[in-house]
Design a protein around this ligand. Structure first.
Ligand code: GMT
Length: 373
C-alpha cells in the first residue's frame, strides 16, 4: 500500500510512534511518505520505501500566526496526487485531522478518493483538544475521519466522554520493537557502567507540566536518604530549568544527570533499575513501556492508561500523582532487595513483550486493508 503519514517530528510520543510505525510498514514492503514540518527525529530516511516531504510555511509579515494547516493540506494534496497515495494516516488530531479533511475535500473535487485514518494520542483529547478554543473543530474532524484509533482504553473513554463522537473508535496500543531491546541488553551486560554500586533511577519525558517532573526529584530525594542511587533525567522541555534548580536547592545536583534529548533511550535504560513517571495525565505512557522493555520496573501515577500497562505489584506500582510518600516507599520496596528487584525486572519485561511491534503493526495493516475495501 502507499500511505502518507502525518505526524509531529519531535521527541513526543506521538511522533516517535508514527515514525516507528512508518519504518516498520516500509520494511513490510509498503511505500511510506512522511509529511511534517521537519524530518522526524527517529526517521532513518536511508531505508527503502521511505520518503519525507517537508511542509514549508513561509514567513509573511501580514501574518501574526503562520497558517500551518493550509500549507499542510496543500502538501498532502500534492504528495497524494504525485505518488498515487491510497491512505492518509494522521497522528495527533490537532491540526492534522483537520488538515487531512481539507485535503480530502480538495481531492474529491478532482475525483480522487483517499480515506483518512486518525490516531488520537492523548493531549490532543485530554488537554488541548477539549479546550473550548479547539473543541468544535476537533470534534468535527474526528467525526469526518474514515477510521479513528486511539492508544488505550482510557483514551477511548476520555474521547467518548469529552466529545460527541459518531464513529467507532478502535484501540491500537503503542508498541516497541522488543528485539531492539534484547540486543541492547546483551550489549549492556558486556559494558562496564560508570556508576559503581549506585542504583540507577531514570525518568524520560518532554518535561511538560503534565509530566509532574517536580515529583520525580522529590521522590528521588527521599530514595537517596535510604538507597545509594543516581537519577538520570532524559529529555528537554519547559520544566527542565525548574527541575535543575530544585536539585540545587535540595543539594543533590551531583546525584542527578540531565542528559537532554537522545535518540538512544534504550542505551541508558538498559543500565537502569527503576523508572519514575508521576504524570498528571498519560494516555498510554510509551516511555514506561520502553523502560519495561529494557527490564526496568516502573513506579508511576495511576493517570489515564498507565494502569493498562504498569500492573500494580507486578511490573511496578501505581500511586496518585502527588502521593510522594507512596511513590517513595514503593520505589524502595522494589530496589532495596536484589531478588525482589530481579523479579520485578523479569515481570516488567514479560509484560512489555505483549506490545511487540510484530503484534501491533499488523493491526494497523488490517485497518488500512479494511478501509481500502
Ligand atoms: O506527552 C507526551 O509524551 C507526548 C505526547 C505526544 O502526543 O506526542 O504523548 C502522548 O502520546 C504518546 C504516544 O501515543 C503516549 O504514549 C503518551 O502517553 C501521550 N501523552 C500524554 O497523554 C500526556
Amino acid at each position: 500500500m502507499k500511505i502518507a503519514i502525518v505526524c509531529y517530528p519531535t521527541f513526543g510520543g506521538s511522533g516517535v510512534l508514527a515514525t516507528e510505525l512508518g519504518m516498520s510498514l516500509a520494511s513490510n514492503g509498503h511505500e511510506i511518505h512522511f509529511i511534517a514540518y521537519k524530518m522526524p527525529v527517529r526517521l532513518k530516511i536511508s531505508d527503502t520505501n521511505i520518503f519525507f516531504h517537508k511542509v514549508n510555511v513561509p514567513n509573511y509579515p501580514l501574518f501574526n500566526f503562520q497558517p500551518y494547516e493550509l500549507a499542510l493540506s496543500t502538501k498532502l494534496v500534492d504528495v497524494i496526487k504525485k505518488f498515487s497515495i491510497q491512505i492518509m494516516h494522521v497522528h495527533y488530531a490537532i491540526p492534522h485531522a483537520y488538515a487531512a479533511y481539507m485535503s480530502k475535500k480538495m481531492l474529491e473535487d478532482q475525483k480522487i478518493q483517499v480515506p483518512i485514518v486518525t490516531t488520537l494520542h492523548g493531549t490532543d483529547i485530554t488537554l488541548v483538544g477539549s479546550h473550548p478554543f479547539y473543541k468544535t473543530a476537533v470534534n468535527f474532524s474526528i467525526n469526518k475521519s474514515d477510521v479513528v484509533t486511539c492508544v488505550s482504553e482510557s483514551l477511548k473513554k476520555d474521547t467518548l466522554d469529552f466529545f460527541e463522537i459518531k464513529n467507532k473508535i478502535r484501540v491500537v496500543p503503542n508498541f516497541i520493537d522488543i528485539e531492539k531491546y534484547v540486543k541492547q541488553q546483551k550489549l549492556c551486560v558486556s559494558e562496564n557502567h560508570e556508576f559503581g554500586d549506585e542504583l540507577i533511577i531514570t525518568h524520560v519525558s518532554n518535561f511538560r507540566p503534565v509530566k509532574n517532573v517536580k515529583n520525580v526529584i522529590l521522590v528521588f530525594n527521599n530514595i537517596l536518604k535510604k538507597v545509594s542511587s543516581k537519577l538520570i533525567m532524559i529529555g528537554e522541555g519547559p520544566e527542565k530549568k525548574m527541575a535543575e534548580n530544585l536539585c540545587k536547592k535540595l543539594n543533590i545536583e551531583s546525584k542527578v544527570n540531565f542528559l537532554g534529548d537522545t535518540n538512544e533511550v534504550e542505551k541508558n535504560l538498559c543500565h537502569s533499575d527503576l523508572f519514575l513517571l508521576p504524570s498528571r495525565t498519560e494516555s498510554f505512557g510509551l516511555a514506561a513501556l520502553e523502560a519495561m522493555a529494557s527490564k526496568v520496573p516502573v513506579v508511576s501515577s495511576n493517570a489515564g492508561g498507565l494502569s493498562e500497562i504498569n500492573i500494580h505489584g507486578e511490573t511496578g506500582f501505581l500511586s496518585n500523582p502527588d502521593d510522594i510518600n507512596s511513590m517513595t516507599s514503593y520505589s524502595i520496596q522494589i530496589i532495596n532487595d536484589k531478588k525482589v528487584l530481579n523479579d520485578f525486572k523479569e515481570r516488567a519485561f514479560k509484560n512489555a513483550k505483549l506490545y511487540d511491534i510484530n503484534s501491533v503493526v499488523p493491526m494497523y495493516e488490517k485497518i488500512y486493508e479494511e478501509t481500502l475495501k
